[in-house]
Design a binder for this molecule. Structure first.
Ligand SMILES: [Zn+2]
Length: 312
């Protein structure tokens, strides 16, 4: 009992020391709750789901913003410095990696650290484009899009739960309850994808940018990206021809584009190949005003894939 009280006192002191708001720091939570800075939407979802009302969650990537090439304002760097915890994926957003290394080495969590990562070697494989165009990705050589496998999201939830529980033991029970709910949602999604994609006419997904390797690995689909790992990599004419040939050869009926990136390239390719196009959301961020969440977007993605891949 004594040890518990000492632990709680230490935890609340530590949190209070870190989260005391200052006039020029918008991240300070005025009500004294710990502040979690989440680098992009799926991490906001994990933080809000696990932390509930006991934490103040600040997202770095605004709704409608494309997170790969996020640039941080001075105010956001200050938020990273003053946060109680920063959640990010190393190798995904170079500006966040840099700010975390400089400002948050002792209060950050790379949620990909405990996950088996896929290599990024597929990027540019057909295009002949340099895969090292994006410094953050080439630095690690790994594919950062871990959240598109629901079981990876479950693992992220557990990592966040452990970290929050260590900082605030008084709320650990609530965090674990919330995490159990997240895990159950992710297991349900995992089963729905496995069942829904078990028997499909085509197992090749043609996508705008190569965000779907983890989803593909989990459910037996192979992605072919029109551009590489980053959505702003402009595909070469040779790449466009290669993908168009593949669409014809493999009898692909649908080319997928996404919500936060100009669909022009994917739709041009679909028009030229005479096939349909549909939104497959890499959940890198929400569109502005969206009332969706990770599970509802994943359910839409499953319905889109089942139609586009010709699944029974
Ligand atoms: Zn991406």
């Amino acid at each position: 009992m004594t040890r518990l009280l000492v632990g709680l006192a230490a935890a609340s002191l530590a949190l209070a020391a870190c989260s005391s708001p200052t006039a020029d720091s918008p991240s300070g939570s005025p009500d004294g709750r710990p502040t979690i800075v989440a680098a992009f939407y799926p991490l906001e979802y994990a933080a809000r789901t696990i932390g509930g009302d006991s934490v103040n969650v600040v997202g770095l990537t605004p709704p409608g913003g494309e997170p790969h090439d996020l640039e941080l304002s001075a105010a956001q760097v200050a938020e990273i410095a003053s946060a109680d915890l920063v959640l990010y994926v190393k190798g995904y957003q170079p500006a966040v990696d840099e700010a975390v290394a400089q400002q948050a080495a002792d209060h950050s969590l790379d949620v990909s650290a405990a996950l088996p990562l896929l290599t990024a070697e597929h990027a540019g494989e057909h295009a002949g484009e340099p895969a090292d165009e994006h410094a953050g990705e080439s630095a690690t050589g790994t594919d950062p899009h871990i959240w598109l496998d629901p079981m990876n999201m479950a693992a992220i939830g557990t990592a966040v739960t452990e970290r929050l529980s260590a900082a605030n033991a008084a709320a650990a029970g609530q965090y674990q309850t919330n995490n159990a709910s997240l895990a159950s949602d992710m297991s349900r999604l995992d089963k729905a994808f496995a069942d829904g994609l078990a028997s499909c006419r085509s197992r090749i997904m043609v996508v705008s940018h190569e965000a779907f390797a983890y989803l593909g690995a989990a459910f037996g689909l192979t992605q072919v990206g029109i551009s590489g790992l980053s959505p702003d990599a402009e595909p070469s004419p040779a790449r466009m021809r290669d993908v168009a040939d593949l669409v014809t050869r493999e009898g692909i009926t649908t080319i997928y584009y996404e919500t936060l990136v100009d669909p022009k390239v994917a739709q041009t390719l679909a028009d030229e190949a005479g096939v349909a196009s549909a939104v497959l959301d890499p959940i890198e961020g929400l569109i502005a005003g969206s009332s969706d969440s990770y599970p509802t977007i994943m359910e839409k993605n499953l319905a889109t894939l089942r139609a586009g891949q010709g699944c029974e």
